[in-house]
Design a protein around this ligand. Structure first.
Ligand code: ZN
Ligand code: ZN
Length: 349
């Protein structure tokens, strides 16, 4: 909060309104589904509704305003009363209708400000890293438990449901994103939804899953083959694994994110799979499953110790299938630590 308040001068604002819930949680610890925070030079006020009266008091020790109606008109009233002339807001996280409600504060100019809280959230403190570690362990344990039960005749949805269940049994609040289980040709869809398609013998599966535990995400993709995978599958797997290892190798403090992406892309390009690598190499994660920095060509953010990112190159061939291998990785002062404990072999059942 002090860092944020120190930015007021350079942002030319007297206060900042935070409406993005993960940012609200980051600043106050409040975990409810409806809340906003007004940060002024001296204090930070949490606004929420009567459903959260008890919870807000327990989670945040600072001033809390419980609004009877919608949050934003109450916030506009407070801003007007305190004569805050220039108030920053998060342009990516405020609807036009909400903005119109804020504009009712007479005498206040609302200024879109850059993603200042997201910038801070990129580097995790020790407590956050510990939470991510727990989430990663839960996720891998759930995967391992379900692996034993995968057999022909089960559907993709059956497996996804089992994965979600096993995560919760191990302390997760739930999956950090909709679990992906794709089989056969459907693995060529990078974000396939689990379907009722039943697994056949000798099919290849892509499983992309993450837990959310104590608020923090994990993310992992592994490939599973029922029976021995064909030569073509093994070749593609080998290429993607090589790209993944090359990207991991590039991860260290000071290296710009785009350079890590280039390391993976170079390998797949050399093997002729450049055009089949249709997404970025990875993303930051924490309170959200996708956070800054983005490990892609356009992101020049230098990696810093304490950042947690995914490394997940992939190659997708229409009519055949796709491979992705993904780990959750901590940037350290000397390089990196792969947090994901699950083996990266092409798993054969
Ligand atoms: Zn993933
Ligand atoms: Zn991911």
């Amino acid at each position: 909060v002090r860092t944020l308040q120190a930015d007021f001068a350079s942002l030319a604002v007297d206060a900042i309104l935070i409406t993005h819930l993960p940012n609200v949680r980051y600043l106050t610890g409040f975990t409810g589904s409806n809340g906003a925070v007004l940060v002024t030079p001296r204090e930070m006020t949490l606004f929420t509704d009567p459903r959260y009266t008890l919870q807000a008091g327990r989670e945040y020790a600072g001033p809390v305003v419980i609004t009877k109606n919608y949050l934003l008109p109450s916030i506009a009233a407070v801003v007007a009363r305190r004569r805050l002339r220039r108030v920053g807001f998060e342009p990516l996280h405020l609807s036009y209708a909400s903005f119109q409600l804020l504009e009712k504060a007479k005498g206040t100019r609302w200024k879109p400000v850059p993603a200042v809280v997201e910038q801070q959230r990129m580097v995790k403190d020790a407590d956050e890293v510990a939470r991510i570690r727990r989430s990663v362990v839960t996720n891998s344990a759930a995967f391992q438990a379900v692996l034993k039960r995968i057999r022909p005749g089960l559907s993709e949805s059956d497996i996804a449901a089992e994965l979600d269940y096993q995560q919760r049994r191990r302390g997760a609040e739930g999956p950090a994103f909709e679990t992906i289980v794709a089989s056969g040709e459907r693995t060529a869809l990078p974000h396939a939804r689990p379907s009722s398609v039943k697994l056949m013998a000798n099919v290849v599966l892509l499983i992309d899953m993450g837990a959310s535990q104590a608020g923090y995400a994990s993310d992992m993709t592994r490939m599973v083959s029922l029976g021995p995978p064909s030569r073509r599958w093994r070749q593609l797997y080998g290429a993607v694994l090589e790209a993944q290892l090359a990207a991991l190798d590039a991860v260290r403090e000071g290296v710009p994110a785009h350079r890590v992406d280039s390391a993976a892309r170079k390998v797949l390009k050399a093997k002729g799979w450049g055009p089949q690598f249709v997404h970025s190499t990875g993303h930051g994660l924490g309170l959200e499953i996708h956070e800054a920095p983005s490990v892609r060509q356009k992101d020049k953010t230098p990696l810093r110790a304490g950042m947690v990112i995914t490394i997940e190159p992939g190659a997708y061939i229409e009519g055949f299938g796709g491979i992705r291998i993904e780990d959750t990785v901590l940037v350290t002062p000397t390089g990196h630590e792969v947090l994901t404990p699950t083996s990266k072999e092409f798993i054969q059942l």
